[in-house]
Design a binder for this molecule. Structure first.
Ligand SMILES: Nc1ncnc2c1ncn2[C@@H]1O[C@H](COP(=O)(O)OP(=O)(O)O)[C@@H](O)[C@H]1O
Ligand SMILES: [Mg+2]
Length: 283
């Protein structure tokens, strides 16, 4: 993507640092804030048809190559906001521009098609087809891309796609499981396949909703590290939700905190204090 965009390394940790500070003392450079716009919102609001008001007045400006953690307590509206940003759920006020597509409420059909082509999704429930092979599941990531009816099964997929699938499987360190049935994988392995399936789309934007929430702590950190590293290596903008403070701090360049239906704060991860993090979840 943008060659001029400096890559901001995210500080890696292998978990809680007993006795160490939770917040690294400005070890990281601030997140880039001048790349091409990826997601912008103005006055974004969402109220569900049953009257449940989730958020209002949301202003976001997410630039290319940022890794953004969207945090907030349970029910704060993280999943709702993610879905609105990519047109999976209609917003009820304000404007959105995602990957150059401007819309209110929902993208039009042509816009939706263009968005789908450029976005990879990973959700907490990986959504793999259990009785199919890992390789077929990854090739199915091509669905919705041009010529993609051939992605229904790896056996009829073009050889180049199978090779690509093997390549992305290697990137998530699962090449040896290509022939295994998806329902025989552990939770962490299944989530890595879900990442591979998103990566094969060569997305500009990777959206992940609580990707580590159902995993053991060590496996969850492994998944977050894979996300963060691959996004950095491929110049993919990553937006993920989490209710895990440490996952927000360790794997993002920027944290957007939702609270009380508003953006509570939005700034480079290196400049977020422990007290502010606590304030998102309590009080
Ligand atoms: N389909 C729906 N209809 C009505 N209310 C909903 C619906 N989905 C979620 N909500 C409500 O919207 C709020 C935000 O939910 P959600 O976006 O799932 O929060 P989070 O992902 O931060 O936990 C919650 O109060 C939730 O109960
Ligand atoms: Mg959620």
């Amino acid at each position: 993507m943008e060659a001029a965009m400096e890559h901001v390394p995210v500080q890696k940790t292998d978990g809680p640092r007993p006795g160490g500070p939770l917040i690294a003392p400005l070890a990281r450079a601030p997140a880039p804030s001048s790349g091409p716009p990826i997601i912008r919102t103005h006055g974004l609001a969402k109220t569900y048809p049953n009257g449940q008001a989730v958020f209002a007045g949301i202003e976001l400006d997410i630039r290319a190559n940022q890794r953004v953690a969207l945090i907030g307590s349970n029910g704060a509206g993280k999943s709702t906001l993610l879905k609105c940003l990519i047109g999976l759920l209609p917003s009820t006020g304000g404007e959105i521009a995602t990957l150059g597509e401007r819309f209110t409420a929902m993208p039009g059909p042509a816009q939706m098609k263009r968005l789908r082509r450029q976005i990879g999704f990973v959700f907490q429930n990986h959504g793999l087809v259990g009785r199919q092979s890992v390789l077929t599941n990854v090739v199915q990531g091509k669905l919705g891309l041009p010529g993609s009816w051939r992605a229904w099964h790896q056996g009829i997929a073009p050889r180049a796609w199978r090779e690509e699938a093997m390549q992305v499987l290697a990137e998530v360190r699962l090449a040896d499981k290509a022939g295994a049935r998806a329902d025989q994988l552990s939770g962490g392995q299944a989530q890595r396949v879900a990442i591979a399936r998103a990566l094969i789309r060569r997305p500009r934007l990777l959206i992940a909703d609580e990707p580590a929430a159902s995993l053991d702590p060590a496996v969850g950190r492994d998944i977050m590290r894979i996300f963060s590293d691959l996004a950095g290596e491929h110049g993919i903008t990553l937006v993920y939700t989490t209710h895990d403070m440490q996952h927000a701090l360790d794997y993002s360049d920027r944290i957007v905190a939702l609270k009380g239906g508003k953006v509570h704060f939005d700034r480079p991860t290196a400049r977020v204090s422990r007290r502010e993090m606590d304030g998102v979840f309590h009080g």
